[in-house]
Write a protein that binds this ligand. Structure first.
Ligand code: IDP
Ligand code: MG
Length: 237
Protein backbone atom coordinates (compact mmCIF):
# COMPACT_ATOMS: atom_id res chain seq x y z
CA UNK A 1 0.00 0.00 0.00
CA UNK A 2 2.77 2.45 0.85
CA UNK A 3 4.34 1.76 -2.52
CA UNK A 4 0.98 2.51 -4.15
CA UNK A 5 0.78 5.81 -2.31
CA UNK A 6 4.34 6.55 -3.35
CA UNK A 7 3.52 5.80 -6.98
CA UNK A 8 0.45 8.02 -6.83
CA UNK A 9 2.42 10.82 -5.26
CA UNK A 10 5.23 10.46 -7.79
CA UNK A 11 2.75 10.72 -10.63
CA UNK A 12 1.01 13.63 -8.98
CA UNK A 13 4.35 15.37 -8.53
CA UNK A 14 5.19 14.87 -12.19
CA UNK A 15 1.81 16.23 -13.21
CA UNK A 16 2.18 19.29 -10.97
CA UNK A 17 5.52 20.07 -12.56
CA UNK A 18 4.47 19.40 -16.13
CA UNK A 19 1.13 21.22 -15.80
CA UNK A 20 2.72 24.17 -14.07
CA UNK A 21 5.27 24.57 -16.81
CA UNK A 22 2.57 24.46 -19.49
CA UNK A 23 -0.03 26.70 -17.87
CA UNK A 24 0.25 30.29 -16.80
CA UNK A 25 -3.02 30.72 -14.93
CA UNK A 26 -4.38 28.97 -11.88
CA UNK A 27 -7.91 27.54 -11.96
CA UNK A 28 -8.11 28.04 -8.19
CA UNK A 29 -6.77 30.91 -6.12
CA UNK A 30 -3.30 30.42 -4.65
CA UNK A 31 -4.81 29.77 -1.22
CA UNK A 32 -7.28 27.18 -2.51
CA UNK A 33 -4.61 25.52 -4.57
CA UNK A 34 -2.30 25.27 -1.64
CA UNK A 35 -5.05 23.96 0.62
CA UNK A 36 -5.95 21.36 -1.98
CA UNK A 37 -2.34 20.21 -2.20
CA UNK A 38 -2.20 19.92 1.57
CA UNK A 39 -5.38 17.80 1.65
CA UNK A 40 -4.00 15.41 -0.94
CA UNK A 41 -0.51 14.98 0.39
CA UNK A 42 -0.20 15.95 4.02
CA UNK A 43 0.73 12.86 5.99
CA UNK A 44 1.94 11.15 2.84
CA UNK A 45 4.91 13.24 1.83
CA UNK A 46 5.82 16.15 4.13
CA UNK A 47 7.73 17.99 1.41
CA UNK A 48 4.58 18.16 -0.71
CA UNK A 49 2.37 18.94 2.28
CA UNK A 50 4.36 22.10 2.92
CA UNK A 51 4.21 23.05 -0.74
CA UNK A 52 3.04 26.65 -1.05
CA UNK A 53 3.73 27.56 2.58
CA UNK A 54 6.33 29.94 3.92
CA UNK A 55 8.76 29.04 6.71
CA UNK A 56 6.21 30.00 9.39
CA UNK A 57 3.83 27.43 7.96
CA UNK A 58 1.38 30.01 6.61
CA UNK A 59 0.00 29.70 3.11
CA UNK A 60 2.08 31.82 0.80
CA UNK A 61 -0.23 32.90 -1.98
CA UNK A 62 2.16 35.53 -3.33
CA UNK A 63 4.91 32.95 -3.68
CA UNK A 64 2.54 30.71 -5.65
CA UNK A 65 1.14 33.53 -7.73
CA UNK A 66 4.51 35.10 -8.43
CA UNK A 67 6.86 32.22 -8.96
CA UNK A 68 4.97 29.03 -9.62
CA UNK A 69 1.35 29.28 -10.75
CA UNK A 70 -0.46 26.07 -9.78
CA UNK A 71 -3.04 24.68 -12.20
CA UNK A 72 -4.63 23.04 -9.20
CA UNK A 73 -7.76 21.55 -10.72
CA UNK A 74 -5.74 20.10 -13.58
CA UNK A 75 -3.24 18.24 -11.42
CA UNK A 76 -5.91 17.12 -8.97
CA UNK A 77 -7.84 15.42 -11.77
CA UNK A 78 -4.68 13.68 -13.01
CA UNK A 79 -3.82 12.55 -9.49
CA UNK A 80 -7.33 11.21 -8.98
CA UNK A 81 -7.09 9.18 -12.16
CA UNK A 82 -3.69 7.77 -11.23
CA UNK A 83 -4.88 6.85 -7.77
CA UNK A 84 -8.18 5.35 -8.91
CA UNK A 85 -6.46 3.20 -11.52
CA UNK A 86 -4.76 1.26 -8.73
CA UNK A 87 -7.94 0.48 -6.80
CA UNK A 88 -10.15 -2.56 -7.28
CA UNK A 89 -13.77 -2.11 -8.38
CA UNK A 90 -16.83 -4.33 -8.08
CA UNK A 91 -20.38 -4.32 -9.39
CA UNK A 92 -23.09 -4.29 -6.71
CA UNK A 93 -26.82 -4.21 -7.46
CA UNK A 94 -29.82 -3.92 -5.18
CA UNK A 95 -32.40 -6.15 -6.83
CA UNK A 96 -36.09 -5.19 -7.21
CA UNK A 97 -37.01 -6.75 -3.84
CA UNK A 98 -34.40 -4.66 -2.00
CA UNK A 99 -35.52 -1.49 -3.77
CA UNK A 100 -39.23 -2.19 -3.11
CA UNK A 101 -38.56 -2.98 0.53
CA UNK A 102 -36.90 0.40 1.08
CA UNK A 103 -33.46 -1.05 1.80
CA UNK A 104 -31.38 1.18 -0.50
CA UNK A 105 -30.00 3.48 2.20
CA UNK A 106 -29.42 0.59 4.63
CA UNK A 107 -27.36 -1.30 2.04
CA UNK A 108 -25.43 1.69 0.72
CA UNK A 109 -24.56 2.74 4.25
CA UNK A 110 -22.96 -0.63 4.98
CA UNK A 111 -20.55 -0.22 2.05
CA UNK A 112 -19.96 3.44 2.90
CA UNK A 113 -19.31 2.81 6.59
CA UNK A 114 -16.80 0.10 5.77
CA UNK A 115 -14.74 2.73 3.91
CA UNK A 116 -15.48 1.71 0.33
CA UNK A 117 -16.09 4.44 -2.22
CA UNK A 118 -19.09 4.76 -4.53
CA UNK A 119 -17.93 5.57 -8.07
CA UNK A 120 -21.11 4.95 -10.12
CA UNK A 121 -24.81 4.58 -9.41
CA UNK A 122 -28.10 4.47 -11.35
CA UNK A 123 -31.64 3.12 -11.01
CA UNK A 124 -32.73 1.06 -14.02
CA UNK A 125 -35.38 -1.45 -14.99
CA UNK A 126 -33.43 -4.01 -17.02
CA UNK A 127 -35.08 -5.81 -19.91
CA UNK A 128 -35.47 -9.58 -19.74
CA UNK A 129 -32.71 -10.08 -22.32
CA UNK A 130 -30.40 -7.80 -20.33
CA UNK A 131 -31.14 -9.88 -17.20
CA UNK A 132 -30.33 -13.03 -19.20
CA UNK A 133 -26.99 -11.52 -20.21
CA UNK A 134 -26.22 -10.57 -16.61
CA UNK A 135 -26.99 -14.09 -15.34
CA UNK A 136 -25.68 -15.89 -18.46
CA UNK A 137 -23.56 -18.38 -16.50
CA UNK A 138 -26.70 -19.68 -14.73
CA UNK A 139 -28.64 -20.41 -17.93
CA UNK A 140 -28.67 -24.18 -17.33
CA UNK A 141 -30.15 -23.82 -13.84
CA UNK A 142 -33.87 -24.59 -13.35
CA UNK A 143 -34.52 -21.19 -11.74
CA UNK A 144 -32.86 -19.19 -14.56
CA UNK A 145 -36.06 -18.08 -16.29
CA UNK A 146 -37.81 -17.07 -13.07
CA UNK A 147 -34.66 -15.29 -11.89
CA UNK A 148 -34.46 -13.23 -15.10
CA UNK A 149 -38.19 -12.44 -14.95
CA UNK A 150 -37.69 -11.25 -11.40
CA UNK A 151 -34.59 -9.11 -12.10
CA UNK A 152 -36.41 -7.38 -14.95
CA UNK A 153 -39.64 -6.91 -12.97
CA UNK A 154 -38.75 -3.55 -11.42
CA UNK A 155 -36.06 -1.04 -10.59
CA UNK A 156 -32.56 -2.27 -9.83
CA UNK A 157 -30.03 0.04 -8.19
CA UNK A 158 -26.80 -0.59 -10.09
CA UNK A 159 -23.57 0.58 -8.46
CA UNK A 160 -19.82 0.35 -8.73
CA UNK A 161 -17.86 0.40 -5.48
CA UNK A 162 -14.12 0.90 -5.24
CA UNK A 163 -11.58 0.01 -2.59
CA UNK A 164 -8.82 -2.31 -1.52
CA UNK A 165 -10.18 -5.87 -1.61
CA UNK A 166 -13.70 -4.66 -2.42
CA UNK A 167 -14.61 -7.64 -4.65
CA UNK A 168 -14.01 -10.31 -2.02
CA UNK A 169 -14.99 -8.21 0.97
CA UNK A 170 -18.12 -6.97 -0.79
CA UNK A 171 -19.22 -10.63 -0.97
CA UNK A 172 -18.54 -10.95 2.75
CA UNK A 173 -20.70 -7.93 3.51
CA UNK A 174 -23.44 -9.48 1.34
CA UNK A 175 -23.33 -12.96 2.89
CA UNK A 176 -24.12 -16.43 1.53
CA UNK A 177 -26.46 -16.79 -1.47
CA UNK A 178 -29.14 -18.50 0.62
CA UNK A 179 -30.19 -16.12 3.42
CA UNK A 180 -30.98 -19.19 5.55
CA UNK A 181 -27.24 -19.79 5.57
CA UNK A 182 -26.02 -16.17 5.63
CA UNK A 183 -24.41 -15.15 8.90
CA UNK A 184 -26.14 -12.54 11.06
CA UNK A 185 -24.38 -9.24 10.48
CA UNK A 186 -24.31 -9.72 6.72
CA UNK A 187 -26.76 -7.94 4.43
CA UNK A 188 -28.63 -11.12 3.45
CA UNK A 189 -28.31 -12.52 6.98
CA UNK A 190 -29.91 -9.46 8.51
CA UNK A 191 -32.37 -8.42 5.82
CA UNK A 192 -33.53 -11.42 3.75
CA UNK A 193 -35.13 -14.84 4.27
CA UNK A 194 -35.45 -16.73 0.96
CA UNK A 195 -32.89 -17.49 -1.77
CA UNK A 196 -35.25 -16.26 -4.51
CA UNK A 197 -35.49 -12.83 -2.86
CA UNK A 198 -32.01 -12.24 -1.45
CA UNK A 199 -32.07 -8.49 -2.28
CA UNK A 200 -28.54 -7.90 -3.55
CA UNK A 201 -26.04 -8.98 -6.18
CA UNK A 202 -22.24 -8.69 -5.97
CA UNK A 203 -19.57 -9.71 -8.47
CA UNK A 204 -17.90 -12.97 -7.45
CA UNK A 205 -14.37 -12.31 -8.79
CA UNK A 206 -12.14 -9.91 -10.73
CA UNK A 207 -13.23 -11.18 -14.18
CA UNK A 208 -16.96 -11.04 -13.44
CA UNK A 209 -16.51 -7.62 -11.82
CA UNK A 210 -14.91 -6.32 -15.01
CA UNK A 211 -17.58 -7.89 -17.24
CA UNK A 212 -20.51 -6.78 -15.09
CA UNK A 213 -19.25 -3.20 -14.73
CA UNK A 214 -18.95 -2.90 -18.51
CA UNK A 215 -22.35 -4.56 -19.06
CA UNK A 216 -24.18 -2.14 -16.74
CA UNK A 217 -22.18 1.07 -17.17
CA UNK A 218 -20.74 3.10 -20.00
CA UNK A 219 -17.12 4.22 -19.33
CA UNK A 220 -18.25 7.85 -18.97
CA UNK A 221 -20.68 6.89 -16.20
CA UNK A 222 -17.78 5.79 -13.97
CA UNK A 223 -16.22 8.54 -11.88
CA UNK A 224 -12.69 8.81 -10.51
CA UNK A 225 -12.04 10.99 -7.50
CA UNK A 226 -10.16 11.08 -4.24
CA UNK A 227 -12.47 10.85 -1.25
CA UNK A 228 -11.47 13.05 1.68
CA UNK A 229 -11.53 10.04 3.98
CA UNK A 230 -9.01 8.01 1.99
CA UNK A 231 -6.00 9.01 4.08
CA UNK A 232 -7.89 7.85 7.17
CA UNK A 233 -9.03 4.59 5.60
CA UNK A 234 -5.67 3.64 4.03
CA UNK A 235 -3.09 5.24 6.34
CA UNK A 236 -0.17 2.96 7.20
CA UNK A 237 1.95 3.02 10.37
P1 IDP B 1 -24.94 -15.04 -5.75
O1 IDP B 1 -26.02 -14.02 -6.02
O2 IDP B 1 -24.69 -15.21 -4.28
O3 IDP B 1 -23.69 -14.81 -6.54
P2 IDP B 1 -25.53 -17.18 -7.64
O4 IDP B 1 -25.27 -18.64 -7.41
O5 IDP B 1 -24.68 -16.46 -8.61
O6 IDP B 1 -25.52 -16.47 -6.21
O7 IDP B 1 -27.06 -17.06 -8.06
C1 IDP B 1 -27.56 -15.85 -8.58
C2 IDP B 1 -28.92 -15.59 -7.98
O8 IDP B 1 -29.80 -16.63 -8.36
C3 IDP B 1 -28.95 -15.64 -6.45
O9 IDP B 1 -28.57 -14.42 -5.84
C4 IDP B 1 -30.40 -15.95 -6.19
O10 IDP B 1 -31.20 -14.77 -6.31
C5 IDP B 1 -30.75 -16.87 -7.33
N1 IDP B 1 -30.65 -18.28 -6.93
C6 IDP B 1 -29.54 -18.97 -6.65
N2 IDP B 1 -29.82 -20.23 -6.29
C7 IDP B 1 -31.19 -20.33 -6.35
C8 IDP B 1 -32.09 -21.38 -6.10
O11 IDP B 1 -31.71 -22.51 -5.75
N3 IDP B 1 -33.38 -21.08 -6.28
C9 IDP B 1 -33.85 -19.90 -6.66
N4 IDP B 1 -33.03 -18.88 -6.92
C10 IDP B 1 -31.70 -19.08 -6.76
MG1 MG C 1 -23.30 -14.91 -8.60
Amino acid sequence: MSSQIFRSVSRATRSIISSASKQKSSLLSGRSASAAAAISYKGVLPALASFGRDSSGNTSSTWIAGAFMLPAAAYMVQDQEAHAAEMERTFIAIKPDGVQRGLISEIISRFERKGFKLVAIKLVIPSKSFAQQHYHDLKERPFFNGLCDFLSSGPVLAMVWEGEGVIKYGRKLIGATDPQKSEPGTIRGDLAVGVGRNIIHGSDGPETAKDEISLWFKPEELTSYISNQEKWVYGVN
